[in-house]
Design a protein around this ligand. Structure first.
Ligand code: BGC
Length: 508
């Protein structure tokens, strides 16, 4: 989600000469970004509550409905159904493919058209879902939402980081994550409200995605494109006048010249995808792949997608389980709030390491309680259900200050200019791929591995925490252009990074 600044390395220090203040157009840009994040979060959060609604199951998944209400049915397997999982996961598969197209449109046609395509696909997806009469309409609607996510997540963060004055850039990056969390909370609250509107509550839940989608579409129609994008596409005068407007001063020469220079430098990079596969860029490539992979195998989306059915499976009743999902939505917001205020003070590694330890404890306790207290065909006792709820909250809050925002922020900080666009594209694609994998397999894994699934994710949390400890250099306050030196000092990565000077560029 992080866009990353496209400033050329040698230029960043000159930002001190930039004139201007935070203006209304910049604030409008923030609202646009908020609606992009909001709708992504809304899509993440809405499906879990909807698939827990009986009217929805009766219409589209009658066998799951029968199983859910069958006496003595194994609780672990109530919701194990490929179609039901496809309803959630199809969105992320579509987003994965769309993000490649979106990457092309963002650089060749601009940020604004990309946001517009995103907003319109969201609107079509929301309409198809709300009006769905059969499974095909549902899944096609989810795929249209996925196209919206692919286009929105590619363009909105870049749009934001280019419109914002440099001093607001880092904070806005995490604010986008906070907008996602807020979308998840709204979705949970709406599901809580619509669960009792029978038989069409689920239609309202799915259709309300049109509200943030309309905001994004309107924003894309009325806002101007970024100066960076205009300059990159040869519209120098227009770029300058937008810059004057958003900075609120005619005196933008220093920043304008830097943007022109950055665009010139960027145009000399022939193939960022070839560059990222060179040996000297092995640390960056590793981070672009492993960080989003690790973020998804924390298992967070088991909670964001499936908390209502998970809590129902272990014995919380319909409303109580939605209520619990609301609590976890709040935990996401609190955790990311903590991150916003501490990330530049304590650094990324401290947040990752503490977050990892607490997430591990949360998952192991959940696994053990289910192993010893949950028989699969009886409900969990009230006391233990509360224990599960509390440790889930601990797990979610610690994810939300660590792997949640940092899973996007850190990759955006470690690429040099020559690998930045390729790195960002790989990060988004890997994230979507594993979001899809978790969504498509969790309910089946819960049925087959039972409580072991939580220990499985806990095992990955150990691996990623050790990885951060040994392999991730601190990026706090390191200017992007000095990152290469950090790799050269690192006990492991220096063997790759130090090759920079005597690099044979033709060597893969
Ligand atoms: C992750 C999503 C997750 C969300 C929860 C994001 O950083 O990429 O997969 O659902 O955080 O807040």
């Amino acid at each position: 989600m992080a866009g990353g600044s496209l400033l050329a390395p040698s230029l960043a220090n000159r930002q001190i000469n930039y004139k201007g203040r935070t203006t209304i157009p910049v604030l409008l840009a923030c609202i646009a970004a908020a609606s992009g994040g909001l709708i992504f979060g809304y899509d993440i959060g809405i499906s879990g509550g909807v698939i827990a609604m009986d009217d929805f199951l009766i219409k589209f998944f009658p066998t799951v409905y029968v199983r859910k209400h069958a006496a003595h049915e194994n609780n672990y397997c109530k919701y194990d159904n490929q179609g039901l999982q496809a309803f959630t996961s199809s969105l992320y598969l579509a987003a994965l493919f769309a993000s490649f197209g979106a990457s092309y449109v963002t650089s060749n046609k601009g940020r604004r058209p990309t946001m517009l395509i995103g907003g319109l696909s969201f609107l079509v997806g929301a309409a198809l879902n709300a009006a769905a009469e059969n499974l095909a309409m549902l899944i096609i609607g989810r795929m249209m939402l996925g196209v919206g996510v692919g286009f929105g997540n590619q363009s909105v963060p870049v749009y934001l980081s280019e419109m914002a004055p440099p001093k607001l850039r880092g904070g806005l990056n995490i604010m986008f994550q906070q907008a996602v969390n807020f979308g998840i909370l709204c979705a949970n609250l709406i599901n809580y409200g619509t669960a009792n509107l029978q038989p069409w509550g689920w239609r309202l839940s799915l259709g309300l995605a049109a509200v943030p989608a309309s905001l994004l579409t309107l924003a894309a129609i009325f806002l101007s494109d970024t100066p960076n994008s205009l300059i990159e596409r040869g519209h120098l005068e227009q770029g300058k006048s937008v810059l004057q407007k958003i900075r609120g001063t005619p005196d933008v020469e220093a920043e304008f010249q830097d943007l022109v220079e950055a665009s010139r430098v960027a145009s000399t990079i022939k193939d960022p995808f070839l560059s990222i596969f060179r040996r000297k860029n092995r640390p960056q490539l590793t981070m672009a792949v492993l960080i989003p992979y690790f973020q998804q195998v924390t298992g967070i989306n088991v909670i964001t997608f499936y908390a209502p059915v998970l809590f129902q499976s272990i014995g919380f009743h319909s409303n109580a389980s939605l209520y619990s999902a609301v609590i976890t939505g709040l935990m996401l917001i609190i955790g990311t709030g903590i991150s916003i205020f501490t990330v530049d003070k304590f650094g990324r590694r401290v947040l990752f390491l503490h977050g990892g330890i607490l997430m591990f404890i949360g998952q192991v306790v959940t696994g053990l309680v289910l192993a010893f207290e949950f028989k699969g065909n009886e409900e969990l006792s009230r006391g233990f259900a509360v224990v599960i709820l509390v440790v889930t909250c601990v797990y979610v809050v610690s994810f939300a200050w660590s792997w949640g925002p940092l899973g996007w922020l850190v990759p955006s900080e470690v690429f040099a200019l020559e690998t930045r666009s390729a790195g960002q594209c790989i990060t988004v694609a890997v994230n979507m791929l594993f979001t899809f994998a978790v969504a498509q397999s969790f309910l089946s894994m819960f049925c087959h591995f039972r409580f072991g699934i939580f220990l499985f994710f806990a095992g990955w949390v150990v691996v990623m925490t050790l990885f951060v400890h040994f392999f991730l250099p601190e990026t706090k306050k390191v200017p992007i252009e000095e990152m290469q030196q950090e790799w050269s000092k690192h006990w492991y990565w220096r063997r790759f990074a130090q090759e920079q000077e005597n690099q044979d560029d033709s060597k893969p």
